[in-house]
Design a protein. Sequence first.
Length: 245
Amino acid sequence: MRKFFVTTFVLAAMLCIATSSMALEKRASSFSGDRSDDWNAGATCRVSYYNICTGWVWCWSGFGEGGRLGLVVDCCCGPGEQSALLQSTHFLCSPAPSGYGFTGTIAVHNVDANDCPVGAAISSQPFLPSVAPFQTVAWGTVSVPCQFAIVVTMNDGEGGVANPALIGTDHPAAGPTGPVACGTCYLPTRPNHSFAYGTVATPACPGSSFNDGICDAQLFWDIDLVCGGVSVDESSWGSIKGLYR
C-alpha cells in the first residue's frame, strides 16, 4: 500500500554554533506560507524535521568560502524497501545573485556514526540558491541508503567571495511575537538532524548544531523519496493528501 509520511523530529540544547573555522550569525524572520500542496506527485513519502508553528524562522549567514552544512535524513521506506531520492526543497530567507562565482555544490553522502558525511558523493550537482523562498533541487531517482546526508558546500572553493544566501531554519526560541517554540510546539528532546560541518579546508566532525540558545534549530528542508520503485500518481495522491489536512 502506498503511503505518506511527514517526519518532524528535532533535539536538545547546546550553546552557540561555532567551529574552529567559522562563527555563524542569525536573524529572525516571519514566515506564513503553506507547504501542504508542495508535493512531488511521483514521491512515496516526504521527510522534514523543522517545526514552524509560531510563524518565525532563523536566517543564518557567515558560512564563508567552502562552508558546509547539511541535513541527515532517515528514510521513510519500510524494511527491505529500496529508497530513491527524487527532490529536495530548501527554504532561503534571501537568495544569492545569479552568477558572480556564487555557485557551490549540493551532494548526497553516506554518513558515519557521528552523522558526518563520508566517502565520495553518491550524487552531486551545482547549487546556486537564486530562487526565494524555496529552491527545489531535482535529483532524478538517486538510490540512497536508509540514512544519508544532503550537504551544501558554499562556492566549493571556486568563487573567492562567500555565497551571501541566507539559509533558513526553524526558530526554537521565542520570536518577536509568540511563545518559545521548543517545549510548546515540540519536545526539547527532539533529535538533531541539521549540522554545520566547518569548511572544505577545515572540516568539522562531529558537526555543530544550529543552536539558538534554547534548542537546536532544524534546516527548513523537505526531502521527497520513492520507496521500492513505486510512485504515486496525481489522482492517487489527491485522495491520500486529503487525509492529512
